[in-house]
Write a protein that binds this ligand. Structure first.
Ligand code: FE2
Ligand code: FE2
Length: 178
């Protein structure tokens, strides 16, 4: 498998989650309410899986190694856009958490904001994935030898191996301080 293989497999799961969120948004229109625990679960998926685990491999390994190469102006520009989009996703998720906290406390008026942030995520993220799958990943592959690509793949595996420990250490840390 090429190094981009696991990243593209992760894209498929992220897309499935976006479909779940999209379906939930349709249901909100009928019920005018949302289960705050669903939002917690969606936020956990976005933060731990999509951002920390998936964007983590892109930014900390793939983009790091690409910075050592002589990228074309166009490829460099796309990489900067992808990084900005990761930041945008992070900021939207943060705003979603804040709106969900207010909604959970009984402020019904914040349902609109919860909906708007979920809508933003499901609208923008598929474009981000498409840009990586169709444009950036094939372009970035040309800068690496087969050996370098396989080294990245191995490093991705090591990165993933640490994630489950990081996640549950954070869970214990959070409750340990309460
Ligand atoms: Fe990305
Ligand atoms: Fe990605």
């Amino acid at each position: 498998m090429q190094a981009r293989g696991p990243l593209m497999i992760e894209h498929r799961l992220i897309e499935k989650m976006l479909t779940v969120i999209r379906r939930t948004l349709e249901r909100i229109e009928q019920t005018q309410s949302i289960d705050p625990y669903f939002v917690d679960m969606a936020v956990d998926f976005i933060r731990v899986y999509a951002d920390r685990t998936h964007h983590g491999k892109e930014e900390d390994i793939l983009f790091r190694d690409l910075r050592k190469k002589q990228l074309s102006g166009e490829d460099r520009q796309v990489m900067e856009e992808l990084i900005e989009e990761h930041v945008f996703g992070r900021n939207t998720t943060k705003a979603l958490i804040e709106a969900n906290t207010r909604y959970r406390r009984g402020n019904e008026a914040d349902l609109g904001e919860v909906k708007a942030h979920l809508r933003t995520l499901v609208d923008f993220y598929p474009e981000h994935i498409k840009k990586e799958d169709d444009v950036f990943f094939p372009a970035s592959r040309t800068y690496f030898s087969n050996e370098e690509d396989q080294e990245m793949l191995a490093e991705f595996g090591e990165f993933d191996r640490k994630m489950i420990h990081e996640k549950y250490k954070a869970v214990v840390r959070e409750f340990d301080t309460k």
